[in-house]
Design a protein. Structure first.
Length: 159
């Protein structure tokens, strides 16, 4: 149990589909805290860093071109075990097979056009957050609902 930050990108297809509000709303209702948010057009260089683990895959160039064609909405969400929690809400990569109730399961049919990216591990989250956000664009604040989202002992144990 660990207090974590995780990176989310709403991809160009999510922007075109008008799903920004729906996606933010799902994370808010879950009890995650929004600590960073921006709309940007990612450069080729940023995407090469972001998708470094896929650099030898056949779809790497297609993936970068798709991600470059329009702006994306990048967010950082915070919470206890936020990395696996957000991955679960997002669902598995292929929209056609993603579980109902997850974002990809409810809104997507595709593998490439899968609406959203979420960090796979805490180490990936750190690396990805640093690609898009400066430290002064990330916020630490007390949320008034924290005390009904977590029991005190959970917060203490997570620090
Ligand atoms: P994401 O979770 O952001 O991580 C890598 C992305 O590559 C993935 O979502 C998909 O958008 C895309 N992707 C994964 N596998 C394939 C594939 N076989 N063909 C095309 N795109 C893919």
């Amino acid at each position: 149990m660990e207090m974590q930050r995780t990176a989310v990108l709403v991809k160009p297809d999510g922007l075109q589909r008008g799903l920004i509000g729906e996606i933010i709303s799902r994370f808010e209702r879950k009890g995650l805290k929004l600590v960073g948010l921006k709309m940007i057009r990612m450069s080729d260089e940023m995407l090469s860093d972001w998708y470094v683990e896929h650099k030898d895959k056949s779809f790497f160039q297609d993936l970068k071109e798709f991600m470059e064609q329009l702006p994306i909405v990048a967010m950082v969400w915070e919470g206890i075990d936020a990395v696996p929690v957000v991955r679960k809400l997002v669902g598995t990569t292929l929209g056609r097979e993603a579980e109902g109730g997850s974002i990809r399961g409810d809104y997507g049919m595709s593998q490439q056009y899968n609406l959203i990216h979420a960090s796979a591990t805490a180490a990936d989250a750190k690396r990805e957050i640093a690609i898009v956000f400066h430290s002064n664009e990330l916020f630490k604040y007390h949320s008034v609902i924290d005390s009904v989202i977590y029991a005190d002992y959970e917060v203490k144990n997570a620090d």
